[in-house]
Design a protein around this ligand. Structure first.
Ligand code: 2RA
Length: 343
């Protein structure tokens, strides 16, 4: 007996990955519903061997399912998540809508698994931002060992974080730049082909972007509000895979060998760290993989207790779809997912 699952936003980058990963991890699905907006009704998506036609969000009866995985953007999530949760199923939402809501747990299973215990307040669990999810998997064991004082991050975020349109723009611009001259930017504010853009989301009054503020807000909620974090989020011409240069200052001493051994033994991480010309991970190699990868672990001699490292993950998987499904697996393991009898 499995669960009745609805994936809302099934035709998007993350929605399609959710369907792929539900199958890959053999999550116990009795019945899968692909839910989409009116313009995508009838669009077919694949789930294992099945071809499933998308159903209309507005018409769907959410009281008939046990679990809803949402990746349909903030507007849909604001309008629907509470209504869906009130109908019975637990909602795991990938948008930023609920992440900072005090009645909604923000969860990365390797970091704060017990927070799923209070998901029943709104029947909603929030998935973190993609660049935060991979970072906290690496920060958590280090914080437990040597208490993090300050983190400085530069992100190198792939265009798939901006959806299929972002991927199409990189492809078209790159293809055309040698023939017609770069096609004018649409999804991104400036040319992304052969370029980098130090801007994601929208500017705040303090000069940071909302994408950057998500990182420190979500690290504070999931790990420790005392951690000082500053970040620059950059869009790079990579299709899939977010990379991060991370500099950490600790309250207590921790050397690079101890950190390397600790990260090697920590859940959800793979350390690839050799001082040769191939001894590190790149987003190309992380694409399609589940783990968060850590490389370039080294002492930062400019402060008393400092380390620098390189953190890479598939932003559509650990950064979104995989983390959401790992939360669902956690709920299943803890008996927190109700099962509706098949009608
Ligand atoms: C991005 N983190 O990379 C944002 C949303 N996925 O565009």
């Amino acid at each position: 007996m499995g669960y009745r699952v609805a994936v809302v936003g099934a035709t998007g980058n993350v929605g399609r990955e959710m369907l792929n990963i539900l199958e890959e991890v053999k999550f116990p699905v009795e019945k899968l519903h692909a839910i989409a907006s009116r313009k995508s009704i009838g669009v077919e998506v694949s789930f294992g061997e099945q071809i499933i036609k998308c159903e209309d969000l507005e018409q769907f009866d959410f009281s008939t399912v046990d679990l809803v995985l949402m990746s349909a953007g903030g507007t849909i999530s604001r309008a629907w998540s509470e209504r869906i949760g009130a109908a019975g199923p637990i909602v795991i939402d990938n948008s930023s809508t609920w992440r900072m809501d005090p009645d909604v747990p923000l969860v990365v299973p390797e970091v704060n698994p017990d927070d799923v215990e209070w998901a029943d307040r709104k029947n909603i669990i929030a998935n973190p931002n993609c660049s935060t999810a991979q970072l906290v998997v690496a920060l958590k064991p280090l914080h437990e060992r040597a208490r993090i004082k300050r983190v400085v991050v530069a992100t190198y975020q792939s265009v798939s974080g901006a959806g299929k349109e972002g991927m199409d723009e990189l492809f078209d611009q790159t293809k055309n730049v040698f023939v017609l001259g770069a096609t004018p930017p649409k999804k991104f504010p400036k040319q992304i082909a052969f370029n980098v853009i130090p801007f994601i989301g929208s500017f705040r009054d303090d000069g940071y972007t909302d994408e950057e503020a998500k990182m420190w807000n979500e690290v504070h909620k999931m790990i420790d509000p005392e951690i000082k974090l500053t970040v620059t989020c950059v869009r790079v011409p990579v299709m899939v895979g977010h990379s991060e240069a991370v500099n950490i200052e600790f309250h207590e001493p921790i050397d690079e060998d101890e950190a390397r051994d600790l990260l090697r033994d920590s859940p959800g991480l793979i350390v690839i760290d050799k001082r040769d010309d191939k001894g590190y991970i790149t987003p190309k190699e992380a694409q399609g993989e589940f783990p968060v990868f850590v490389s370039r672990i080294r002492k930062d001699p400019t402060v008393e207790n400092g380390l620098s490292l390189w953190v890479v993950a598939d932003n559509l998987r650990k950064g979104a779809a995989l983390n959401a499904i790992q939360i669902a697996q956690l709920l299943h393991e803890r008996g927190l997912l109700r099962q509706k009898a098949l009608a």
